[in-house]
Design a binder for this molecule. Sequence first.
Ligand SMILES: Cc1ncc(COP(=O)(O)O)c(C=O)c1O
Length: 366
Amino acid sequence: MTSDRIFNFGAGPCTLPLPALQKAQRDLLCLPGSGMSVLEISHRSPAFDAIIDKAQDNLRSLLGVPAGYKILFLQGGATLQFSMVALNLLRAADKPADYVVTGVWGEKAVKEAQREGEVRVVWNGKAGSYSSVPQPAELAPDAQAAYLHYTSNETIQGVQFPQALQPRGATLVCDCSSDFLSRPLPVADHGLLYAGAQKNAGPAGVTIVIVREALLERAPQDLHTMLDYRIHAQNNSMYNTPPVFAIYLLQLVTDWLRNEIGGLQKMAELNTRKAGLLYAAIDASAGFYRGHARADSRSQMNVTFRMPSEQLERDFLAQAAARGLQSLEGHRSVGGVRASLYNAMPLAGAQALRDFMVEFCAQHAQ
Ligand SMILES: Cc1ncc(COP(=O)(O)O)c(C=O)c1O
């Protein structure tokens, strides 16, 4: 029942666009033209060819992916990309890779890369509790490095680069898991982008990698087959059985973004409005709500804040949940409140949370 649906502020897996879910529900038993469920079709069938082609076409169109880039649909989550990036681009490079660390996901990426070669952490926000991203002037990308890796949105801390980094001669690699498809993204400025689908692109189970073809040759020849981007590129992501259902839903979600939202610029405007409501409530609360991120690094996707006491936070979460505003707990490592406002969160959800924040503050601020 759609009327039973609450506002789900979870950080991923998370809310998905209702039209995409409804289409999947309608066609679950019989995919039009195939006589079978999408859960039953072969990945070697014309029906799946049409799905994967459409999913790629949607991504190319939404992001303006230029010629010379491959779009891959892989498994193992964004976490496996921490390793695959380094296996393919660092192991045989004979030069270091640079990492900008603005939160916990960046830390994890560094840990895996260190197994494959020399890593230089060129900026680290840990001393500031990962509350900000660097200003462009604080970074001096080294064109001689194997690549420069950054995390465009740190999901746990709620800090986001206001714009994608400029390459300035470096090969940029971006973990854009939690802001992928939330705003336009200059793909051509990047050597490689990756994103787990389970925020803005679809359900868990598929990871999108967009890679400049020229980089594929940097991989050592003896990589394990499933860890080698070249193999996936040569086989159109079907070297083995791909996550058929996840790719199908990704196609439906990107259909929605193209046809109902009208593209990433429109999506970005809506996302800015939603996040703006919550940040305005934080700023107007005279310190009752303490935003984690510095103002110039605030995430449009994950709004993180603390309150004067843990008891108040528990009361806030319980009362919010009772109103159908759910999954607002901050990540277990940082506590507090985290409101994830991914693409499929409607403006009405952000408004309802803002109204509750204003009311709760009025009741409890000293
Ligand atoms: C920015 C970022 N990178 C990487 C990951 C790990 O993704 P996965 O769970 O798909 O491996 C996450 C998960 O939330 C994330 O938010």
